[in-house]
Design a protein. Sequence first.
Length: 233
Amino acid sequence: MGRVVVAWRGTGLALCALLMATQGGAQGTGAAAKSLTGQAPGKGALMSREELRICLKDQAGQKSRGEELERRRAEVAAEADAARRLKDEAQAERDAYQAKANQAQVFKDKAKAHGERVEVYNKRVAEFQASPPVGAGAERERGQLEGEGEALAKADAALKAEGAQLTAQLEQGRTAVNQRIQAQQTAAAAATERSKAFDAEVAAFNSQVDDWRKRCGDRPFREADEKAVRAGL
């Protein structure tokens, strides 16, 4: 973001110089010892009253324009800061989504272990049905298989509910991340374009100030002409 250099090179802030020059005015009864830039002595061709009138008007306009640009600089900087904050928020959203994705891996491991237990159980049931045991232990083993089957069914239902919830959370998280990233990218692009436009305005303004210095700022003038112009004559 370019700086509003309302000044001639080598003299610091031109806005201050313009203000000082406006307040300082000319000294003496002949050609001024000072110029509109506040530099002494003035150099170049002596300004006519009409030239001085135009130069003072331009100087006042530049002062107002410089103050406006300084106010807008703060707005442009605030917009850039807001875009940076959105970037941080987008990263936080990514981190939260990644944490939830890590939970999904834990769930997958749990579901895999459950599937292995179900596989072992189904094998035992198949063996029991293929060669039913006889005697006192037959009913006990049947009861154990039925109890284990009920436990596995409950675990399976719980896993399905957990999986559905986790899937919904991941989908919501993915949507939130994408929306946050889109908002951040849009804000960053807008801030960049506004900064570029502002820099162009500052460059044009500084060019106008440089031109004013050549036309007006360093040239001497008569104190009587200044008093007349400021009096509206």
